[in-house]
Write a protein that binds this ligand. Structure first.
Ligand SMILES: Cc1ncc(COP(=O)(O)O)c(C=O)c1O
Ligand SMILES: N[C@@H](CCOP(=O)(O)O)C(=O)O
Length: 463
């Protein structure tokens, strides 16, 4: 299995190289050269397996000879051992034909753990083998950062630097990033928004001298391995509702487009997914783009679903690459326009290709809050605000006999203020985190300035 860049100008890599490389050297994102397909019988064969067994079968074709089967199996087993639910990703019914996929039973209570726990194990195995050391730099609107820190804290051959927008993540998210005491963990509060943090991370990847000197690696969803790990729960949930004999739809609370792109890959692999619905909060660039064809940044507006306060949606580039018939030059041109003019117009052909797979919707702040309240009253399920955006948008879709699965992307206790405002209930953290508010914090506030951030990283990393 080989990986190519969405901009067509970077070296073609193996799975291991793509995983350790992060952003392609032409600024693009790596995608598999061809998407392996699973026959209906193979998909049916996943029924009744454990999450880990299904994960092995779904991901195996993508990893080439990077890991032997037995090693890959034990990596998967270790990745999911710390989850607080035996099903890993349980499905609960919240409406006549509407199901919620709970993805928040991992160590940091967000869907990011599914990929990050696996990547932590994959990096460790690959780096132990090579003896190399890497500097991981990630941007977060709250959940990627905590999940990355949890997965990489204390590892010998990794320093992890996480850039988060100062004052724009929840207190639980901030504390998850600032309280780990391990010397290889560095939480950086950037004076800016998430888009600034993500732009600086990409700048560091495009600054080759720095990138090579510190052996930069990325664990945002620019990293293909992140997307791959998330493909699995589309399979397990669809199968539990009757796939491949029955189609399903998914609604995905969306920001950086990594999670929903994993659903797109599952569909390309042969999973019968009728619709993939992009659910956005008031930062609705993706909904506007799908509706009218213009992808235009308007600046990030803080919301009660802060992890989705994103305008420059990194993985949309992967979707565009497919929609433009894998024309890297066309994608590069659009990304240049985004950088220089703050937007671009999607061609009619590409827009039509996107609309064949994706639908979209938006939930306002009031609608999000009302959905938390109404869902709790009707079902007892307490949604986090991101999951509530998904539920609201799913309910706005045209009626269909096809079951709809909405992804519940974080635990409500990560956003207690929004949940309390909606329901009057303040969700508690699990016991293992009960002292989070008492732990000492360690954070460095830094300007949104590439030179300043790079100097800090050079100074702090263990060489
Ligand atoms: C809780 C939560 N929901 C939804 C999203 C959006 O996911 P994605 O960025 O993969 O679109 C994020 C951030 O990624 C998140 O942390
Ligand atoms: N919402 C994310 C933003 C980063 O997304 P990623 O999937 O590219 O890592 C977060 O919580 O940090």
């Amino acid at each position: 299995m080989r990986y190519v860049s969405t901009r067509g100008q970077a070296p073609v890599l193996t799975f291991e190289e793509a995983m350790l490389t992060g952003l392609a050297r032409d600024g693009g994102l790596y995608v598999p050269e061809t998407v392996p397909e699973m026959a209906p019988a193979e998909i049916a064969g996943l029924a009744g397996l454990t999450y880990e067994e299904a994960a092995f079968r779904v991901m195996r074709p993508f990893i080439g000879d990077t890991f032997a089967d037995a090693e890959f199996e034990s990596i998967i087993a270790r990745a999911y051992a710390g989850f607080g639910h035996t099903a890993r990703a349980p499905l609960v019914q919240i409406g006549a034909n509407h199901f919620l996929l709970e993805l928040f039973h991992g160590p940091t209570l967000a869907f990011k753990d599914f990929a990050m726990q696996l990547i932590g194990q994959l990096f460790q195995a690959a780096l132990e083998r090579s003896g190399n050391r890497v500097t991981i730099v990630g941007a977060t609107s709250g959940d990627t950062g905590s999940a990355a820190i949890e997965a990489f804290r204390g590892l010998d051959n990794v320093d992890v630097f996480i850039l988060f927008p100062e004052g724009r993540v929840s207190e639980v998210q901030r504390r998850q990033m600032t309280t780990p005491a391990e010397a290889n963990v560095h939480a950086l509060a950037v004076r800016g928004d998430f888009d600034d943090c993500q732009a600086r991370v990409k700048d560091m990847f495009n600054h080759f001298e720095f990138r090579d000197r510190v052996a930069l690696a990325g664990v945002n969803s620019i990293n293909w391995a992140r997307v791959l790990a998330q493909v699995v729960y589309y399979f397990t949930s669809a199968i539990s509702l009757g796939a491949p004999h029955r189609s399903v739809g998914f609604t995905v609370p969306t920001g950086n487009f990594g999670d929903i792109f994993a659903g797109y890959i599952a569909r390309r692999m042969g999973l019968p997914v009728e619709r993939l619905v992009i659910a956005t909060n008031q930062n609705d660039i993706l909904h506007r783009a799908l509706s009218g064809g213009a992808y235009e940044t308007h600046g990030v507006t803080p919301s009660i679903s802060p992890s989705m306060d994103i305008q420059v949606s990194s993985n949309f580039e992967r979707a565009l690459f497919e929609a433009y018939g894998r024309d890297g030059a066309a994608v590069a041109q659009q990304m240049q326009a985004l950088k220089e003019q703050g937007g671009f117009t999607i061609s009619q052909g590409a827009l039509q290709a996107l609309r064949e797979v994706f639908a979209s919707g938006r939930a306002s702040e009031e609608e999000t809050s009302a959905t938390i309240r109404a869902t709790h009253a009707a079902t007892g399920e307490i949604l986090c605000p991101h999951s509530a955006v998904g539920v609201k948008v799913a309910m706005d879709q045209p009626a269909s006999a096809t079951p709809m699965i909405t992804l519940a992307t974080a635990h409500p206790a990560k956003f207690p203020d929004a949940v309390e405002a909606a329901t009057g209930l303040r969700p508690a953290l699990p016991n293992r985190m009960a002292d989070l508010y008492e732990r000492a914090e360690r954070v460095t506030v830094v300007d949104n300035d590439l030179g300043a951030i790079e100097s800090l990283i050079e100074e702090r990393r263990a060489s």
